[in-house]
Write a protein that binds this ligand. Structure first.
Ligand SMILES: Nc1nc2c(c(=O)[nH]1)N[C@H]1C(S)=C(S)[C@@H](COP(=O)(O)O)O[C@H]1N2
Ligand SMILES: [Mo]
Length: 330
């Protein structure tokens, strides 16, 4: 029984399981973090419709039955929250790895056609309301059309082979594998093709990182996931026995495949390469390293991942900065 989520009680706006609950390759639904920015909408599944408009060749409206009758695809993908939009440099390590099933975005866009001048796809959720004093007409996200084609984007109706729950955005949500969770619009009701980025609050004011390159400040949308890794066994504060073989286990992921994970057991003074599992689809990759601490004491364990393009994790001050825990060896 998990105590961070109580069924039947008013939906809280955030739930996050402790890392010790994340030891399985596929995260069970009850251990998948949950998040929303505004009040959760009420959706009648019989009345639900998805409209596709904007710069399309023809407007399309689909019901749940229409989607269910189309070819279904399953994809395994890591699901990571980018963190609080007001504090983009604070790592929250809010992550899960799940399988999503539903209809490919390409198949739906085939029905509507893509207008010649369309550059962005906007996705609308059914939720609206107050967000920290700002009135939001609808949760809207955007992505370049060129980046979503051929990348497994789904209109998901199932999570881990079960009907998508209300709290995870049912009946249908957008799923953008390899991109931060904020792009995977829950309670999806409309897709729009447009020539420019959306002027919505969550695409302009929030979820844009200020990055300084060549002395110039640039705004970089929070789209593709950066390399990240966490240790899930042992966990923070664990008391371990030195006379038993010890293994440090964790997960690493990024928009691209992870090529290397290193672990330090001396607070970053020395690092050793971990055994790294393969990448399946867009899933996270397992890593492990055996550890002989030698003597009892207090140890700070850290891990860091590098993707196949050579991109790693910053030491501090980023949503994906290097993770650490303290454990005691007796
Ligand atoms: N409609 C809608 N979609 C949304 C959000 C939201 O507030 N409204 N939150 C986003 C954020 S920031 C994250 S991290 C994920 C969380 O998905 P989950 O609750 O299923 O884990 O949904 C995204 N999609
Ligand atoms: Mo998020």
């Amino acid at each position: 029984m998990n105590d961070y989520w109580v069924k039947g009680v008013d939906l809280p706006n955030l739930s996050q399981p402790p890392l010790r609950e994340l030891t399985d390759f596929l995260t069970p639904a009850e251990n998948v973090f949950f998040l929303r920015h505004m009040a959760a909408p009420e959706i009648d599944r019989r009345e639900w419709r998805l409209s596709i408009g904007g710069l399309v060749e023809r407007e399309v409206v689909l019901s749940l039955g229409d989607l269910a009758a189309m070819p279904q695809t399953r994809i395994c993908a890591v699901h990571e929250c980018a963190g609080h939009p007001h504090y983009p440099t604070v790592p929250v390590r809010r992550v899960a790895n799940v399988s999503w099933s539903g209809v490919r975005l390409e198949d739906v866009l085939e029905l509507s056609g893509i207008g010649r001048t369309a550059e962005f796809i906007w996705s609308y959720g059914a939720d609206s309301g107050d967000y920290h004093g700002v009135s939001i007409p609808a949760y809207v996200k955007d992505l370049p059309v060129s980046q979503v084609q051929g990348h497994g984007v789904l209109l998901a109706m199932r999570m881990n082979e079960e009907e998508l729950s209300d709290k995870h955005g049912g009946p249908v949500r957008f799923v953008v594998p390899g991109y931060y969770g904020t792009n995977s619009t829950k309670w999806l009701v409309r897709l729009e093709l447009q020539a420019a980025r959306s002027p919505g609050y969550f695409t302009t004011a929030m979820y844009n990182d200020r990055v300084v390159a060549n002395g110039m400040e640039q705004l970089v949308p929070v789209w593709r996931m950066a390399p990240h890794s966490v240790i899930v066994d042992p966990v923070q504060g664990a008391v371990l026995k030195s006379d038993e073989p010890l293994t440090i286990n964790g997960w690493a992921w990024s928009a691209d495949e992870i090529a290397k994970v290193e672990v330090s057991t001396d607070d970053g003074k020395t690092w050793s390469g971990a055994e790294l599992g393969p990448r399946e689809g867009y899933a996270w990759q397992r890593f492990r390293v055996s550890w002989d601490p030698g003597s009892p004491g207090l140890y700070r364990l850290r891990c860091r991942a590098v993707d196949c393009a050579g991109k790693g994790q910053p030491e501090s001050g980023a949503r994906n900065s290097v993770f650490s825990i303290d454990v005691t060896v007796k």
